[in-house]
Write a protein that binds this ligand. Sequence first.
Ligand code: PHE
Length: 461
Amino acid sequence: MADTHTSGSGQRWSNRWLFVLAAAGSAVGLGNIWKFPYIAGENGGGAFVLIYLVCIAAVGIPIMVSEVLMGRQGRSSPIHTMRKLAKQSGRSSRWSILGWMGVLAGFLILSYYAVIAGWAVNYILASGSGTFTGASAEAVGQSFNEFLASPIELIAYQTGFLALTIWIVGRGVTKGLEAAIRWFMPLLFVLLIALLVYAFNSGGFDQGLAFMFDMKWEAVTPESWLIAMGQAFFTLSLGMGTMMAYGAYVPDDAHLGSTVVTIALIDTFIAIAAGLAIFPIVFANGLEVAQGPGLTFVTLPLAFGQMPLGSLFGALFFLLLSFAAITSAISLTEPALSFLVEEYNAKRQRVAVSLGIICWVLGLGTVFSFNLWSDVTFVGGLTFFDTVDYFSQNILLPLGGMLITFFAIWLLPRDLVDKQLGIEKAWVSVLWRLLAGVIAPLCVLAVFVSTIWPLLAGLLM
Ligand code: PHE
């Protein structure tokens, strides 16, 4: 491999704060807004929030620090960074497989992410035009089912969302990624605050607060720990090289430890705030909390439909969800995009369009999972969409994350890591290695084995 190809694009975030915003944009996504609130409520409320915080601190932060430091050291796409770092530390170039796994995970996740984000875009328009105002539970449920039953409509929104994502990433780090982030992230914060104020005045705030924060230790099961860990992982965009790719653009003088902690705090704050914006509205209307798509696309529109100014705030909620999704979507393309640009010295725009087409085609499988192929199932009775989701989130990401920290701690030269992290004291270095090199990978291993075990057992039966 010619080294000229592996020297990276030389692009940088304009400053440390833009990296913080970009990484937070990647982290804050569909995972925070519909998944976190529900699983927190169901797994012990405040008790789960505490467990989740432990997972973020003990696993999420060390893995993110490892990814970003490797990215900044390699200053290239994850695949080239892995090749370079393996060479620098006298290891096999096969470690670049980690980069390839990330590229694959990025394709898979983006393929369905664009479809689901398309639903959110559709619901901005549906809510805003008053479709759900005063509608019955049956009517709202039926309108969601009809939407899912129409491949043409799903494809139209998927295409629109993907086209916008590709247009943004094709423009490059400064003109594309940064420009989008400068707009979308502040708007996301403003929308969230507006929705929080609305929820506060909805009449269900105390109930919402209790659902999320009462310490219900009796609802915590061993599985809750695994759910918390998996969530910490997915929500921080770890294990697929996104943070490594973004890390390649981090200025030399940024302090990595404090930067990563800030990103994790923003992500956690937004997940909790999303719960506090959603549940009061559901409870104020005497509705039951439903899971996943049901909560977001049926229960919430129904609840908003019963409230004063509901169509406006409903539309704002789906706008929030769409902004959160697009800043995550653009980060999903970066590992593959940066690799192809470096490897073939190709134009970013052209590569972006090709990637978009591949993701679009793959995404058709997800679209059809809700209609034409709803009866087609794979291993474990999962649909195409569930299979892609399961394989990327439960297998590729944990495996990637575990190997990345293992590499960062045990294979990279120690002085190089200490220098990247600005560690001067020997005991800090030992503590860091213990946390990131032993505790974090072991915890991920536990999650990994317990999630794939049922699948393996099913295959062997
Ligand atoms: N963190 C994003 C979310 O919570 C998802 C994501 C995973 C984005 C991996 C990039 C990489 O929705």
